[in-house]
Design a protein around this ligand. Structure first.
Ligand SMILES: Cc1cc2nc3c(=O)[nH]c(=O)nc-3n(C[C@H](O)[C@H](O)[C@H](O)COP(=O)(O)OP(=O)(O)OC[C@H]3O[C@@H](n4cnc5c(N)ncnc54)[C@H](O)[C@@H]3O)c2cc1C
Length: 430
């Protein structure tokens, strides 16, 4: 087997390196720190957690807990280290940051088949197989090479995530299904607003508390992903002429266009996850919950993904990468971790684990494994390939899984059980 080059010794890159080396593959792991720094990392350790020390819930009734459960079934190396570095945190898996990162670094350094090279990779040259796991803060030189490789503006530098809800938890009675000017299928749920409701919403968006930006995030927003509250501040009618414009959306209940409209767009093929079009935002989570309280029909809606806007580097994976997250333009060039559009520590580790399997299958000339769609891993794999329109990074959430019937608690319990059964059945087949 050829030697593999991995670029980036973060969460994904370290997991790929350890997994491949455990399978007897020689690895060169390139990490640019400490010589070249990022805006967020503070140490020279691999797998540094740049913000919270929590890897979220351990409970399987939580999507992140379920994902961790699946990862444990597959022998995830970084979760083993996390367990050895944990600090008390109730139902969350929280770690002593420094202990965790130093333990990962030691595991990598002590592995006979891994050579850790402290060097910045600036180009995409490699011999047989290379994994780019350079993360949300990929160095500018490498970002430029990635952009040149794909010859398009398909490397994004900001997340602009809208709120996503579980449509089954919304009261859709006052909404109507339509596409603008009846073009195409009636795919959207449209929430009509009266003038009073609309003005109240605008006032709320302007006054509600927002999250703070990091220093390195003070750069301007792209117009296409302007936070909804920034648009609202530009003038009271900005939204009604912009993302909330009612033109071409006649409410069948009244026979006229409403004063303003929020559109809900389906985000996964089978799931119940719907996004509020254009509602990317820096509102705090509390404010986002309050915001739903003043949107007709969404008072009790379950939020599956919170809106956020922050610095990130990620690829338009569904269009640029294949089902293994290998470049469609160059065999052997894999991408792993947050750069493919997964969001979060555990998701990045998970994608590192998936990548190690994909690389092995690629080297053996075998088809890559796609996990069942009922598992969180399988759902994330599918999202990275199938997500449509403007691709936005994804975290583990139940809205990605195929729909089931029942009330909120029953749905969740059923999804968890189906996910566990599916993974067990899948693994028992070898
Ligand atoms: C400011 C900030 C706060 C965050 N807070 C959270 C949080 O609280 N919870 C959460 O779950 N997620 C959080 N995230 C997301 C989190 O960073 C990622 O989920 C996770 O670390 C990504 O893993 P990764 O392996 O893809 O990238 P990283 O862990 O960032 O690893 C990438 C590595 O590649 C190296 N590198 C970059 N370019 C090169 C190059 N050219 N050559 C060699 N090495 C290179 C970097 O130094 C780094 O070590 C945050 C992200 C940021 C930017």
């Amino acid at each position: 087997m050829p030697k593999i080059t991995i670029v980036g010794g973060g969460l994904a890159g370290s997991e790929v390196a350890l997994q491949l080396a455990d399978k007897g593959i020689e690895v060169d792991l390139l990490e640019m720190r400490p010589a070249v720094k990022t805006e967020a990392h503070k140490t020279s350790y691999l797998a540094e957690l740049v913000c919270t020390n929590s890897l979220k819930s351990t409970r399987i009734e939580n999507a992140s807990g379920l994902l961790k459960n699946e990862l444990r079934m597959l022998g995830c190396r970084l979760l083993e280290v996390a367990d050895k570095s944990k600090v008390p945190a109730g139902h969350a898996l929280a770690v002593d940051r420094e202990l965790f990162a130093s333990n990962v670094t030691r595991a990598v350094q002590e592995h006979k088949l891994i050579k850790l090279i402290n060097e910045e990779k600036k180009d995409l040259e490699f011999s047989e197989c290379c994994v780019i796991a350079a993360g949300p803060l990929t160095s500018p030189a490498l970002s430029k090479s990635i952009q040149d490789h794909f010859e398009k503006e398909n490397l994004f530098f900001y997340d602009a995530i809208s709120i996503s809800i579980n449509i089954d938890s919304a009261d859709t009675g006052s909404m109507f299904r339509a596409s603008r000017y009846d073009k195409g299928e009636a795919d959207y749920f449209n929430i009509p607003f009266t003038k009073e409701e609309y003005y109240h919403l605008v006032e709320f968006l302007i006054s509600a508390p927002k999250t703070k930006k990091h220093n390195f995030e003070s750069a301007c927003y792209f117009e296409a992903c302007l936070p909804v509250e920034v648009a609202a501040e530009r003038g009271v009618e900005t939204l009604s002429y912009g993302i909330m414009k009612p033109r071409g959306l006649v409410n069948p209940l009244t026979g006229v266009e409403p004063y303003a409209v929020i559109q809900l767009r389906q985000e996964t093929r089978k799931g119940e996850m719907y996004g509020l079009v254009g509602f990317q935002s820096r509102l705090t989570r509390k404010s986002q919950s309050e915001l739903l309280g003043i949107i007709p029909g969404l008072k009790d809606a379950e939020i599956l993904r919170w809106a956020s806007i922050h610095r990130n580097t990620y690829l338009d994976s569904p269009r640029l990468l294949d089902e293994r997250q290998m470049s469609k333009l160059k065999g052997g060039l894999f991408f792993a971790g947050q750069i493919v559009g997964v969001e979060g520590y555990v998701e990045s580790i998970a994608h590192g684990l998936l990548t190690s399997r994909n690389v092995l299958d690629y080297l053996k000339g075998e088809k890559s494994i796609i996990f069942p769609e009922e598992t969180i891993l399988g759902a994330i794999q599918r999202y990275l390939v199938n997500a449509e329109i403007r691709f936005q990074p994804i975290n583990a959430n139940f809205g990605l899984l195929p729909r089931v019937k029942g009330n909120k608690r029953e749905r969740k319990n059923r999804k968890v059980q189906i996910a566990i059964d599916s993974m067990n059945a899948f693994l028992s087949k070898g």
